[in-house]
Design a protein around this ligand. Structure first.
Ligand code: SF4
Ligand SMILES: [Zn+2]
Length: 323
């Protein structure tokens, strides 16, 4: 039996409740874009050429999930594919249909690039999972990363525009689906301060448009362009102080899972204060209680001065952004 790249049970905050959730990362035909500077997920893909073979490998992963988890007890499922769940070239339609059958009656959040958000396909999927229990059974999650087209293009190489994202949101709304936006805090080439300002602006701009906003502090994944610069000392993941200050001052509830928090490849401070801050951010994401964040921010640490110094004194490298 094929296994997904990852699959784990957890909890998620959803409209005032905490729901048990299953997060699934399916191995697929791979992301069609396949270029983002910080992404290593795109390297995990099947190279099978025929749609039938690819479909059988994916269906086998769904079998593995249903054999291993008591799905009846899990009301929410988040599906990631290291690309786009609704790209028929990456996930054959027969697999999308099978997933809809398997996760019928649940809240489903499925990740996709905006170019694959098409009202008809979403309606079909939603009709299959909908049992009338949830007002919005399907939410499409898109890695918008930033609302700034220049940063998305030059620092990430994401390959779509803010306008493309808005068009996808319109398609999702036509289908009656919800929208979740993922933002990337501190992509390559930005100073700590530039990254902070970019996220402040992005959260403000997207908050009236997406139903759910999640911010990913950037981590250095292996075999990526970002890792190349990190090894040269030309990139540092964001300070957890920056992450805290963004979450505290955001005009809406922004969830955050600081993957790799406290490690040199992930968002980190000095090493002494990291653990408590990462825990506070995780607890906040399940409770929307900003008091938890304010407590650790105010408790401080000697490295908070360093962060403030970096914010005010770090200069852009003046590295050429084009060849
Ligand atoms: S679109 Fe997503 S999966 Fe594809 S390369 Fe970019 S970050 Fe990776
Ligand atoms: Zn510290």
């Amino acid at each position: 039996m094929e296994k997904p790249l990852a699959c784990w049970k957890g909890n998620d905050y959803y409209k005032g409740d905490v729901l048990p959730s299953l997060t699934i990362i399916l191995k697929t035909g791979g992301c069609r874009h396949n270029r983002c500077r910080m992404c290593s997920y795109r390297l995990e893909r099947y190279t099978e050429r025929t749609e039938d073979h690819l479909a059988s490998l994916l269906l086998s992963q769904l079998d593995w999930i249903s054999a291993r988890y008591a799905l009846d007890e899990i009301p929410m499922v988040k599906i990631y594919t290291s690309g786009s769940f609704f790209d028929a070239g990456e996930v054959p339609p027969v697999v999308v249909d099978a997933a809809a059958g398997l996760f019928r009656g649940k809240v489903v959040i499925a990740e996709t690039r905006p170019e694959f958000v098409e009202a008809g396909r979403l309606e079909e999927f939603q009709a299959r999972i909908d049992t009338g229990e949830w007002k919005t059974p399907l939410t499409v999650a898109m890695g918008l990363e930033t609302t700034n087209d220049f940063i998305r293009e030059k620092c990430i190489d994401k390959g779509f525009s803010w306008e493309d994202f808005l068009a996808a949101v319109r398609e999702a709304r036509t289908a009656g689906a919800g929208v979740k936006a993922y933002l990337l805090h501190k992509p390559l080439f930005l100073t700590e301060q530039e990254a902070l300002l970019d996220m402040q602006q992005s959260i403000r701009t997207v908050s009236g448009i997406a139903d759910l906003v999640s911010m990913n502090p950037c981590t250095v994944q292996r075999h990526t362009e970002l890792e190349y610069y990190w090894k040269l000392g030309a990139y540092r993941p964001p300070y957890l102080w920056s992450v805290l200050s963004l979450l505290i001052s955001a005009p809406v509830f922004v969830t955050c899972d600081p993957v790799g928090g406290g490690r040199s490849r992930g968002p980190h401070n000095c090493g002494k204060c990291d653990h408590d801050i990462v825990s506070a951010i995780r607890d906040f994401s399940l409770s929307n209680d900003r008091g938890l964040l304010k407590d650790v921010f105010e408790k401080g640490c000697s490295c908070r001065d360093e962060w403030e110094y970096v914010l005010s004194r770090e200069m852009p490298y003046s590295m050429p952004l084009t060849r």
